[in-house]
Write a new protein. Sequence first.
Length: 368
Amino acid sequence: MTETATRTAGMGVSAPDLSGVIDLRSDTVTRPTPSMRRAMAEAVVGDDQYGDDPTVNELEAQAAELMGKEAAVFVPSGTMGNLASLLARCDRGVEAIVGSESHILWYEMSGASALGGIPLFTVQNDRQGQLDLDQVEAAIRLPGATNPVTGVICVENTHNRCGGTALSMDYLRQLREISLRRGVPIHMDGARIFNAAAAIGAPVSEIAAEVDSVQFCLSKGLAAPVGTLVTGDAAFIAKVRRARKILGGAMRQAGVVAAAGLVAFEEMIGRLPEDHTRARRLAEALAAIPGVTIDLDSVQTNIVVFRPPAGIDKEGAIAAFRERGLWVSDYGTRGIRLVTHYEIDDAAVARAQAILASVLAGVGAAHA
């Protein structure tokens, strides 16, 4: 599929022609739904810096209610949400415990250390994204003459680099017991927490009850164009608002984008199991291709990670997929990542399966 440019009517700007492309690079690639676009165009707005944008205020109130928390704050991105949360929890030199495969460690530009002077103490993630509970307890440090204090424990749910795995309620309750006993709060990078809730069959509020703060993204599985909410108690959220300002993230008529988030709450949460079913279908098709390495136990939500058969160059395979109209992510040493979302229907999954087989096993070329 060639990437041509079309003129956007009346705007005088170019946009890529994505017709026929199956874009599985991420669930962040989704475009606003028609109802989101209408809501954005008609949004009642004010100045969020002064706290008088009614659409932002409604979004924050709904987010807090969904998570069972006292308050919420709207920020531009998940990375900013995590960073503002760590700045609110930790003074300079106070440690944050993070997973060895966490998004905070791998993909957030060391912002906590660079801007907050917050050291990251890593604990190994297992293949399900869990932190070993004994190692977490051993990593918690109290004030002393030579060691920093532990300010927060960070967990990720679902866990991106572990294949979209969801933390179980039993695990979270055990971690919470350590947190309460040792007096160290838990922050959840819940970018895809609604996917986690769908996977384990629990309300998001039940998951959030086991942690002190949660950030979640509107622009991933929920398909809004931009934005993240950080939720927690009122005192914590007041600190996050200050951190948001320090980071340059205070906003003005943000109700224009917040309106899409309100639509996402209404229309996108209930359909997430469809994405999980389609991801599972892709994973099982990949597992049937000789030589493909894939952990089917990790395919619990909308993320699929695999390695091509030995002898097939990963970069060459990605280029071959793209030539046939299938866009995927190079996931470094982890292999190749596919992510399903609301723009991927059953027909797209069938086409993707044929393309994957065509490149990886040399079959199905006629259907690619």
